[in-house]
Design a protein around this ligand. Structure first.
Ligand code: F6R
Length: 366
C-alpha cells in the first residue's frame, strides 16, 4: 500500500502532482476561463458581500490559512484574519453575521477547529469548510465547503493535504477576484494557465530529491535550524520548520526574514543552518541582503531558489532549485524541497517518520 515507497510520507510527497490535479478536476477550466466550485457558487452573494474572512485552523492547516491570507487579500481584496482555532474559541471573538469563517482541516475531526466552528455559527457567521476527509464531522457541521480531494493522508506529518488546501483556497480567491472585478481579465487568465502547470512543476521540483538527500546528510546532526521567508513564502517557512521538528525532533523555527534583526539573529553562528526561501519573485533583493547578514555571522545557508539563480548560489552553502512561477503560486513549489529535507533528515536519524512520538493524525481532544 506504500506503492514501493519506504514510508507513507514519501509516497504522499510524491503524490502531490496527481493530488493537485484531482483538486482541479471539474473545477478549473482554463480554456473557458471558468472556476466552478458549488460551495462558492451557491453562496456567491454572501462571499461578495463579506466584510472580512476569518480563517480558523490548527497546525499545518493553519499555515495553509496564512498562505491564503496573502492570496485572498492580494487577489480578491477581502480582509482576512487567520486564527488558531484553540485561541479563537476561548477569547470571546468579535464575529458579525456578514463575516465568513473558513475552517481548514485535513481530517475534519480536529476538536479545537470544530469548537471554533460551533462558536462562529452561534454568533451568526456563515462557515465554509475546506476538508480532505469526505463526510468528516467538520464537513458536516459547516454551512458549505470544498473538499481538497487529496486522497487518504496516512503519514502523521501533513504534506499533500497542505498543498491541496492551498490549491482550493487559491481557486476560491481567483473565483472571487473575478466576480468582484479586483483582478484584470488578462491577469485572471494568466493565473489559470499557470495553475494548470503546477503539477508538472512539482514533478520538476521532486527531481531534486537526491540532491536534497545530500543536503540532509550534511545537516542531520544540527541541534537547531532556522527557516526564513517573506511574503507568500513566510508561512512556508513556518511549515518547513514544523515539518522538521515534528518528524526529526530537531528544534526549528520559522520567521519572516526581516524579523531576524529583531532577535533571532543572535542565534546565528557556524553551527546554525538557515533555510531561506529566496525565489526570484517577491522581495528577492531584500531576501538576498538578509542572506548576506546571515553569512557575515557564519551561519550555514540553504537557499530555496528559482531555477537558474546565481546571486543566492554565490552566497549559499547549498541551493535547491524550484521552477519559476507567478508569485502567488510559489508556495506550492517551495514547500516541496522543505518536505523532502525534513523527511530525509528524519530517516537518517532513524526516527519513525510516519508515526512521530507524541503525535496523532487527528487531534480529537483539546
Ligand atoms: C502537521 C500536522 C498537524 C495538523 C493539525 C491539524 O504535520 O499534521 O499540525 O495539521 O493537527 O489537523 P487537521 O488539518 O486534520 O485539522
Amino acid at each position: 500500500e506504500k506503492n514501493g515507497f519506504d514510508h507513507f510520507m514519501l509516497k504522499e510527497i510524491y503524490e502531490q502532482p496527481s493530488a493537485i490535479t484531482d483538486t482541479y478536476r471539474g473545477r478549473l477550466n482554463v480554456e473557458e476561463g471558468i472556476i466552478r466550485m458549488a460551495g462558492v457558487d451557491d453562496n456567491l452573494e454572501r462571499f461578495l458581500n463579506a466584510k472580512r474572512i476569518v480563517i480558523v485552523a490548527c497546525g499545518t492547516s493553519w499555515h495553509a490559512g496564512l498562505v491564503a491570507e496573502y492570496i485572498f487579500e492580494d487577489l480578491a481584496r477581502i480582509p482576512v484574519e487567520v486564527e488558531y482555532a484553540s485561541e479563537f474559541r476561548y477569547r470571546n471573538p468579535i464575529i458579525n453575521t456578514d463575516d465568513i469563517v473558513i475552517a481548514i482541516s485535513q481530517s475534519g475531526e480536529t476538536a479545537d477547529t470544530m469548537a471554533a466552528i460551533k462558536l462562529a455559527k452561534e454568533k451568526g457567521a456563515f462557515v465554509f469548510g475546506v476538508c480532505n476527509v469526505v463526510g468528516s464531522s467538520i464537513s458536516r457541521e459547516t454551512n458549505a465547503g470544498a473538499y481538497t480531494h487529496a486522497g487518504p493522508e496516512i503519514g502523521v506529518a501533513s504534506t499533500k493535504a497542505f498543498t491541496t488546501q492551498i490549491t482550493v483556497l487559491t481557486l476560491m480567491a481567483l473565483k472571487l477576484a473575478k466576480a468582484k472585478g479586483s483582478i484584470s481579465n488578462s491577469d485572471f487568465h494568466m493565473h489559470l494557465r499557470e495553475l494548470e502547470t503546477i503539477p508538472h512543476k512539482i514533478e520538476a521540483a521532486l527531481e531534486s530529491n537526491e540532491h536534497i538527500q545530500k543536503v540532509a546528510f550534511k545537516y542531520k546532526d544540527a541541534r537547531n535550524c532556522l527557516y526564513l521567508g517573506r511574503g507568500f513564502n513566510f508561512p512556508v517557512a513556518l511549515e518547513g520548520a514544523l515539518k522538521l521538528k515534528e518528524i526529526s525532533y530537531i528544534h526549528a523555527e520559522g520567521y519572516p526574514a526581516a524579523e531576524m534583526k529583531h532577535g533571532p539573529i543572535a542565534l546565528i553562528d557556524e553551527e546554525m543552518p538557515v533555510v531561506v526561501i529566496a525565489t526570484r519573485k517577491g522581495h528577492y533583493e531584500k531576501v538576498v541582503s538578509n542572506i548576506q547578514e546571515i553569512k557575515s555571522r557564519q551561519g550555514k545557508i540553504i537557499g530555496i531558489v528559482t531555477e537558474g539563480d546565481t546571486s543566492v548560489r554565490d552566497l549559499a552553502d547549498y541551493v535547491i532549485e524550484v521552477p519559476d512561477t507567478i508569485e502567488a503560486l510559489t508556495p506550492l513549489l517551495t514547500t516541496i524541497p522543505l518536505q523532502l529535507l525534513s523527511y530525509h533528515i528524519a530517516v537518517m536519524l532513524g526516527k519513525n517518520v510516519d508515526q512521530p512520538r507524541n503525535l496523532a493524525k487527528s487531534v480529537t481532544v483539546e
